[in-house]
Design a protein around this ligand. Structure first.
Ligand code: NAI
Length: 251
């Protein structure tokens, strides 16, 4: 439990598994009423938290669908009265291919989820946070938000854009007591990363060789950063893109 998060309301998108699930668990364990949102309703995940004595609820939402996102934020406001912390984390990978071989459909879907999804969520989160006088938002970018990565042009473009969106929105709402930051995970062992490694097993040793820390990260290590960014210790941290990547992107 964490005194600050007691009675606060938190939302995590893309929280059925991986980084989002670890972050939702961390918010709930810190004492926040936590809404787990995902394109597939994370009912079991929320029930597990409730059974362990925490406050959590599951919500089905495709973040690329703006009316579904609007309805979700309105449901949170109607049910819990407020939204204090939001992690816009839902994301998809594009099949790994050189840029000119990525189809328009693949590009459009990646942008719809990884960029427009963040845009949709931020817009309605901000509208709610303005009504209640403040809040904190974190958007999940990537180490690929500050570096290139072979075969991932659409994904990497979105992750760069998420940082630009974060910085600009942070400036727009800094005086309104809404802080907006990004977290940039390195290679974190989640189902998304496991799928990438399954498709390209040689990548594992290659990736680890390039991580100065000599290992992949754990979802909990991203959760620690996210709770810090949303909490009082980060009260003057705004518009920042926080790398949590074992020094990958700076070496
Ligand atoms: P994951 O694939 O394990 O989980 C992603 C979650 O997002 C899933 O539960 C999925 O159902 C959900 N989702 C997908 N499309 C959605 C949509 N349209 N609406 C709502 N939910 C949707 O992924 P992981 O690894 O946990 O990644 C989470 C975030 O972290 C993503 O934004 C990813 O790009 C980012 N990231 C992950 C890294 C890694 O190494 N795992 C590295 C850098 C960034």
């Amino acid at each position: 439990m964490n005194e600050f998060y007691q009675g606060k309301v938190a939302l995590v998108t893309g929280s059925a598994m991986g980084i989002g699930l670890a972050c939702a668990e961390a918010f709930a364990q810190a004492g926040a009423v936590t809404v787990l949102a995902d394109i597939r309703k994370p009912q079991e995940q929320a029930e597990r938290l409730v059974a362990a004595g925490y406050q959590a609820a599951a919500y089905e939402c495709d973040v690329s669908d703006v009316s579904a996102v609007k309805a979700m934020i309105e449901w949170i406001a109607a049910t819990y009265g407020r939204l204090d912390a939001a992690l816009n984390n839902a994301g998809i990978q594009t099949p790994q291919r050189p840029m000119a071989e990525i189809t328009d459909e693949e590009f459009d879907r990646t942008v719809a989820v990884d960029l427009k999804g963040v845009w949709n969520c931020m817009r309605y989160e901000i509208i709610q946070m303005l009504k209640q006088g403040g809040g904190a938002i974190v958007n999940t970018s990537s180490q690929g938000g500050v570096t290139g990565f072979p075969g991932q042009a659409a994904y990497i473009a979105c992750k760069h854009a998420v940082i630009g969106l974060t910085r600009t929105a942070a400036i727009d709402y800094a005086a309104k007591n809404i802080r907006i930051n990004a977290v940039c995970p390195g290679v974190i062992l989640t189902p998304m990363a496991q799928e990438l490694l399954r498709r390209n097993p040689a990548l594992e040793q290659e990736l680890i060789r390039d991580i100065p820390a000599g290992r992949m990260g754990k979802p909990e290590e991203i959760a620690n950063a996210v709770l810090w960014l949303c909490g009082p210790q980060a009260s003057f941290v705004d518009g920042h893109a926080l790398l949590v990547d074992g020094a990958f992107s700076i070496h």
